[in-house]
Structure formats: C-alpha cells, structure tokens
Design a protein around this ligand. Sequence first.
Ligand code: ZN
Length: 177
Amino acid sequence: MPIFRPERKRPAGAPPLGSTPRAITRRTLDSALASARSAYPNEFGGVLRADPPGVIGELLLLPGTTAGRRHANFHLYMLPADLSVVGTVHSHPSGALRPSDADLQLFRNWGSRHLILGAPFGPGSWRAYDGNGRETTLEVREAPRPRPVETPLPEYRPRVVHRPGEPSSGVFPADEA
Ligand code: ZN
C-alpha cells in the first residue's frame, strides 16, 4: 500500500528547518537593538526565527514577556511550536555582553543561537552565543538590493494584420508580388 509522504519543497542544498543559522539580517539586528534602546533602563527579550532556514530574519516579541530591571523573563511555554524559532535575544542595560548564570541555563535548555545586546546598543553592542554559552559568530547580512523598477514593454504592433474580409489563406502580401 503506497504511503503518501508530503514533502516541503525547498531549494536543493538549502539547510533544513531547525538547523543552526549562520547569519542574521541587518534589519532584524537593527530592530532588536532599537527595541533594546526603547526598553532601557529595563530589559527587553524576544525570540528569533529563521525561515528560510540558515538566516535569522525575524524577531518575535513574546506575549507575556515581562521586562524588569533585573532580567527579562522568557515564557518559553508561549513559544510557537515552530522549528523556525532558533533562539533568543535579550538586552543587558548594564552594558555587559557576557551571559549571566541564568542566561546560560536558558541557552542550554533550548535553542541554538542567542543574542545578548548591551547598552548603549550601538551597531557593535551585541554578541552571539551557542547553546553551550560559547561565543560564536553570526554574519550580518545586508538586505538584498531592491529590484529595479520595471519599465513597461513598448506596445506590440504586429506587422502583418489579418483584416476581416480578406482571405485568411496565410499568404503574406510579399508573396503576391
Ligand atoms: Zn542576560
């Protein structure tokens, strides 16, 4: 009896969902840093998604994530059951970029890439860590260039026009000369 196996169509060679991302988009990083700035002096926390896999491209603020002066509390049970969620991001208003003991516990529990953002939340005020709390690298990927505005094609005017009433013999005028 044949078994139907639905398959996700992914480009050949693309990493599978749930694999460790190697990069983050500039847009996602900038929006995380902006959220950290606006939460200051409190902490800010969220989760990171990578879909398509391999590049973190989305920041999700968890409902019920309480920002406190001490630590953002992650309500991991609120996480979407979604393999594209790859890790966490949170800020340290103190400016420290090292994970605390509580951070290390969080990292070890779940996820493969975690960002810590430190005040003053400038372009370089962040570090990436793996699930063991070891510092790791994440390439920052600039947005692809916007596609050039498409100019409309000139109107198509066929040279030979069949006019009603003429024999549609398929003979072109040049053939009659
Ligand atoms: Zn922390």
